[in-house]
Design a protein around this ligand. Sequence first.
Ligand code: NAP
Ligand code: GDD
Length: 345
Amino acid sequence: MKNALVTGITGQDGSYLAELLLSKGYNVYGIWRRKANVDYGNISHLKDEINLIYADMTDLSSLISAVKISQPDEVYNLAAQSFVASSWDTPLNTAETDALGVTNILEAIRLVKPDARFYQASTSEMFGLVQEIPQTEKTPFYPRSPYGVAKLYGHWITKNYRESYNIFACSGILFNHESERRGLEFVTRKITNSAVKIKLGLQDCVELGNLDSKRDWGHSEDYVRAMWLMLQQDTPDDFVIATNETRTVREFAETAFRCLDIEIDWQGSGVDEIGVDRATGKTVVKVNKKFFRPAEVDILLGNPEKAEKILGWKRNVNFSQLVERMVKNDLNLLSSRNNKIIKLK
Ligand code: NAP
Ligand code: GDD
């Protein structure tokens, strides 16, 4: 039986990856941070099947202990301050976790279990001000946020430990992936959650930032499968994981509202743009400047050809299925919590 150590196990990807590894018969260890109130969150349904170890990416000694305890065959480094907008508010903490934290876990592996295979959660944010469309493993990087810059350090230190110490270390350059477990501040979940609240009469309107921003959105369940596949190869390498389709935030909102039988008409432009419910004439989407970023990543579109060819990876969930799953999940959660029943056409 193989042992796997997952950092960031309480997050969106960590929870889906833990499910995948358990289904494959792994002994799953995860690191988590102590909180004032114990909260299992995304892993509450798994807590009796996994081994949780208190540790922090900024604390090398805790990571050395975690590697000693878990004796991992595979380490998946998913822990990060992952919200791009927050990285301008906490640039140093973001760098300590997302950049130096990667060196900490690599050092723990080098010192305690150098034959462990290592996966680093790299990101399409490293492409930032994109130098070509679509982006591939060969596209030059140009990060546009403290988060993107920190992740670029994590990406290169992973490559460096592969080349310096022969550690089996891979980076997955993953484009945006979402799910029913996505944090509420990310734009997709913010939209699906708000759209459902609007449908249920619990909220009037959702305020968003840049509606023109384009993202390549897939489902987390498909993307954690790619992480595992990378560590099953004969040689370590880096791979882009993406859908090869890009949509605007505006399109995501339209699709989410449509799942709830609400057609949106867009009026005005820039900060004055609004989305109006065609049937009622009510404004359900507004633009608020406070959600704009100091520097934006305008368009992400990834080409996953290398992963499809070498890993045999293919996504199963397309854009409309992703949005529908997220909306239905929020509808179930919010209607039962608020004792409301609605019938969709
Ligand atoms: P997420 O839901 O925000 O999860 C992040 C996890 O990291 C949480 O478990 C969090 O624990 C943990 N964490 C944060 N700081 C930590 C620290 N100092 N020490 C230990 N744990 C810490 O993120 P996700 O969407 O699952 O993403 C997983 C990884 O993939 C991240 O590294 C992210 O940057 C990267 N990535 C994500 C996407 C995407 O679209 N989702 C795309 C590319 C790359 P708490 O519960 O204690 O906060
Ligand atoms: N969060 C948020 N809230 N974003 C908004 C809003 C809003 O109200 N309105 C517009 N947006 C735009 C953002 O400006 C951005 O262009 C886009 O929606 C997506 O924002 P997020 O959902 O916050 O995700 P992200 O693309 O910045 O970052 C995610 O994907 C990266 C991979 O490209 C995160 O998961 C990162 O951890 C990940 O690395």
